[in-house]
Write a protein that binds this ligand. Sequence first.
Ligand code: ADP
Length: 479
Amino acid sequence: MAMNVLFAAFEAAPFIKTGGLGDVAGSLPGALNNKSCNVRVILPKLRQIPESYRSQMETLCVFQVPLGWRSQYCGIQTLKVGKIQYYFVDNEFYFGRDAAYGYGDDPERVAFFSKAILECLQHLPDFFPDIIHVNDWHTALVPVFLHEQYWGMEQYRSIRTIFTIHNLKFQGICGEFALGDILGLHECKNAADQLHWGYDAINFMQGALYYSDFVTTVSPSYAEEICTSAYGEGLDGILSQRRDRLCGILNAIDTAKFSPKKAVVPFSKEDLSGKAACKAQLQAELGLPQKPDTPLLILISRLTSQKGLDLLAGCLSELAGQDMQLAILGTGDDYYQRLLGNYAAAFPDKIAFRCAFDEPLSCRMYAGADILLMPSLFEPCGLSQMIAMAYGTLPVVRETGGLRDSVVPYNMYTGEGTGFGFRNADSRELRDCLMGIFTLYSTAPDVWKQLQTQAMGQDFSWRVSANAYRALYRKVLKR
Ligand code: ADP
């Protein structure tokens, strides 16, 4: 009999994506779905979902969701895209907003979503999950509610939960009042103990670490790192305690979507010639001089300190003195937006900055660039480096987390490599690494091409990781 898996996330491509979680939730379920695994996906019906999808959704059921002292309207709508059946949790008050995240009542919004996921199982006509696979702090309360508020119902007791950490930085910490006011768990000692955080707060993610049957994160190295105080964001104690129920499974990408065969001028690892045309077009589009032999670096990222922007800022003036071009696409902290805007204004022939979230432009950049910068301070997995490699754009990464697990640094003696790496969170190391890369680029085009071919020859599909998730589901169900 096939396992029924309900995959819950706050965002998923193609409906809405603000980062890596959206990519993963958009591509992993399709890869998991097979004869032995029947996956359905549940998402909030956020206002940002394009009308073309919204207009096709059908309402399956309507009910009230208890949330602390509240009773909130909830509609479940459904839509099949490709082979996947999606459920959308509809509530205008919580999800009809201008942005997906960033509101003072985000804890209440995600608590509602988590509760609605469990509540709807009593109403869905033809699906009951064996596994609920929840992702990040937005759905971290599902295992908590399941054990503390739904366990009394026989059918719920067979459900097992997997919690995947895509980023440990965002945990869902809020005042203790929320335990009763929002979660309705003030009389539950277990929950009070296991969610308790600091002096007078609660932590949703900590709850998931205690209550879920298994915890995964998105790369083996990050799974190791988060058990240390340097990367554990205060949760390393409990993560180490649960080491026997924690593992890392490397993310992958949607190889059909991020494919050089779909570039403006298509190319492949066998015939890279189209990439030069993509580069020329990209330079023109970004207002940079069309110089085929000048290395074109890109950075496509949320603009936050996590992404190593301070390391880049520390050597940006020196880089601007080199024969190179740098194009940045990203939105985020005001400080970095202003800093990059200023550099772009000061060096218009060298640095281009697009302050936007623009997926089509990101694809043109991955296709047309030579080098991707990803000097992250920590990186649970990172997808940009994989997308870049798929396009023969060599990543320069700090060797941490998923970057370490997915990029083979160039070895000048053996010729191995799919990119470049540096060890420490230090601007000078990044600068020195880049200087070496510029020399290699200008003096050894054959080596460069060899590295591009090796990068493009890697398997970035979900095949291996989807197998690992299915094996984990089976293991958890056997327990
Ligand atoms: P994170 O999830 O930490 O933001 P990842 O590297 O895992 O980082 O995933 C980022 C995803 O979001 C990649 O698909 C990347 O191309 C995309 N992305 C990031 N910033 C932008 C942007 N400004 N415009 C378009 N795509 C972006």
